[in-house]
Design a protein around this ligand. Structure first.
Ligand code: MG
Ligand code: MG
Length: 265
């Protein structure tokens, strides 16, 4: 069952999404050579709780942290640990909060220090594929139109599109119907209508599409161990069109101000 939201509920979701946006920006501003992933997680958790919200990943099916921090060959669901960030790293920061009963869940991939041009291109194309997907999130279309747009752009650039993990509806729950795959056929899947709220989140691999779960029971890595990028926005359908509830403005500000981060268009 797909829960369509009222205008009031969508405004609450926007507040939750924007708190995540600010958290992603804060994490970006704190990224520096030698900082541990655990430290970034602590900063995020304190900020979320200071803003009268709850980190929703923490405890979700037993996940131990506020952020999913997935570096380099890690696709998603990386556990913040004592690993330190160094020049050349690529890191997906994914965060979920519950505020006033509603969930925000979105993600941004930062590039640290001297990253290769290959990685810069992967990050750029992954973000472009997200926005191409969002363009298709309009009344009259179907979920498959979003999926196709993402897959088409990624594969045109020679990248692998992860199949095992997908975008999703969200609202009072972190994962609601419908699933929003990053691959699929135009005109297939559930109809997109006003009040639909979804998280669109392409996970794009530089190499092959296959992924593997590490023994920690969480971290998803590319099977060929080539890098992977991930961007996620929360979107509501309002007046037939996509209304992006989350914002990359805070992450972009962090990239402008933090000399350790590489600004990717
Ligand atoms: Mg998500
Ligand atoms: Mg997420």
């Amino acid at each position: 069952m797909i829960y369509l939201k009222t205008a009031e509920e969508i405004e609450l979701m926007r507040q939750a999404a924007l708190l995540v946006s600010k958290t992603l920006g804060l994490v970006g501003s704190e990224i520096k050579e030698g900082i541990t992933l655990k430290k970034l997680d602590k900063i995020a958790e304190e900020f979320i709780r200071d803003n009268k919200a709850t980190p929703v990943f923490k405890g979700y099916n037993g996940f131990p942290a506020t952020l999913c921090l997935s570096m380099n060959e890690a696709v998603v669901h990386g556990i913040p640990n004592d690993t330190v960030l160094k020049s050349g790293d690529l890191i997906s920061v994914d965060c979920g909060v519950k505020k006033d009963g509603f969930i925000g869940d979105h993600a941004f991939t930062y590039c640290c220090g001297e990253v290769s041009d290959e990685i810069k291109k992967l990050v750029k194309v992954t973000k472009e594929s997200l926005y191409l997907g969002i363009e298709q999130a309009k009344a009259g279309n179907r979920i498959g139109d979003i999926s196709f747009a993402i897959q088409n752009h990624a594969e045109k650039n020679g990248y692998g599109v992860v199949r095992e993990l997908v975008g999703h509806g969200l609202g009072k729950n972190l994962h609601e119907k419908p699933e929003v795959p990053n691959y699929g056929k135009r005109g297939s899947g559930p109809k997109i209508q006003n009040g639909l709220t979804i998280a669109i989140e392409p996970m794009i691999n530089m190499g092959k599409k296959e992924v593997t779960q590490l023994n920690d029971g969480w971290t998803i890595v590319t099977t060929d161990r080539k890098p992977s990028a991930h961007f996620e926005h929360d979107v509501a359908i309002v007046n037939g069109k996509a209304d992006i509830l989350s914002s990359f403005a805070y992450a972009e500000e962090a990239m402008n101000k933090n000399p350790f981060l590489v600004k990717i268009p």
